[in-house]
Design a protein around this ligand. Structure first.
Ligand SMILES: [Zn+2]
Length: 350
């Protein structure tokens, strides 16, 4: 039996040397180690041997079998060209893959700076949901039922299907929309707080409009709301001048022009002196010396009433300005679409 095993091994080695392809190697493996191989027969017959013979033949047969298996494995590696070690080798001297690291968007930088300036002036930062009920986004702001701002063209209304049962059964659940202005925070805050107070409400707003260099469907605003028994237009102008002078690090003047908004009375278009020329007149301000910033005014008494305050007890002022517009002025950015482009080359400049 021992002789037979040694004979098999010798024969195997001879044939192994003649193998030239992986297919041949596979056949050889089958022949020597397969279920029907002579080797398997020997192993199977071990139990018929005498205990003495088994003690000698058993270990020899197993050792030989392992040796053959190892030789076949080695040969296979020769064919596959490289060993596992070779494949997994890491050249630590190779340059690595550099990952692109993010950077704060100029809108985030501007927001942080605005919040910083206002908290130093004693303002509180208020917050509200981006999906808003028709009440807070329109009714509470004295916007008439037939006002064009409520149209499909201006507001992203959420379809009834996207509303959950909880929304529908809520008392104030009229139609839901993506809020079109941060002013929606006004009534929410006033319902829970008693004047006097001063807040800003920064956040995202949504308008159903086509985008171009100066318009985005999603942008950021910050609402300011100051309410007390003796708040007046002079306070509005003063706080705005202090804020813009700090923000632009320049001596900024504020100009109010009469205008109309449903939620303020009186209402103003709000201009600041040109931050590039200081008001003398340049290309940036088209020679006029002023830059238009947005709307402001004294809170309409109907807005106070909608929030549950008595009529004519309090006065307040409010404004809503866009972060993008301010960031564009501060950093001289000429296309609003860059803010949401996700292009690191853009954000890294700030
Ligand atoms: Zn100018």
């Amino acid at each position: 039996m021992e002789a037979k095993i040694n004979e098999l091994k010798k024969e195997f080695l001879k044939q192994l040397n003649q193998v030239v392809s992986e297919t041949e190697l596979f056949d050889l493996e089958k022949k020597y180690l397969g279920r029907k191989s002579e080797f398997n027969e020997i192993l199977k017959n071990l139990k018929n041997l005498s205990p003495e013979d088994r003690r000698v033949v058993g270990p020899l047969a197993n050792a030989t079998k392992n040796e053959i298996a190892q030789l076949i494995a080695d040969k296979r590696l020769e064919f596959s060209g490289s060993s596992d070690l070779e494949k997994e080798k890491i050249d630590v001297t190779l340059p690595g893959t550099r990952r692109a690291v993010g950077h704060l968007n100029p809108i985030s930088l501007v927001r942080a700076e605005i919040e910083d300036i206002f908290t130093r002036m004693g303002f509180e930062i208020a917050d509200g949901p981006e999906v808003e009920t028709e009440f807070y986004n329109f009714d509470a702001l004295n916007i008439p039922k037939d006002h064009p701002a409520r149209d499909m063209q201006d507001t992203f209304w959420l379809s009834a299907k996207t509303r959950t049962d909880a929304d529908v059964t809520r008392k104030d659940a009229e139609r839901l929309s993506m809020r079109s202005q941060t002013s929606a925070v006004q009534a929410r805050y006033m319902q829970k707080h008693k004047p006097p107070f001063r807040i800003i409400a920064p956040g995202k707003v949504f308008r159903n409009e086509a985008t171009d260099a100066t318009h985005e469907h999603t942008f950021y605003q910050f609402e300011a709301l100051v309410v007390g028994e003796k708040v007046n237009v002079g306070n509005l102008k003063h706080i705005a001048e202090v804020f813009f002078s700090e923000f632009f690090q320049a001596d900024v003047k504020v100009r109010l022009r009469p205008s109309y908004f449903p939620f303020t009375e009186p209402s103003f278009e709000f201009d600041i002196s040109c931050t590039m020329c200081g008001g003398i007149g340049c290309k940036g301000c088209r020679g006029g010396g002023w830059l238009e910033l947005g709307g402001a005014g004294m809170v309409n008494q109907n807005v106070f009433v909608a929030a549950g305050y008595p009529r004519n007890k309090y006065q307040g002022f409010a404004w809503g300005f866009g972060f993008e517009r301010l960031a564009m002025m501060k950093y001289k950015i000429d296309d609003i679409r860059l803010f949401h482009s996700g292009d690191l080359r853009f954000v890294r400049q700030f």
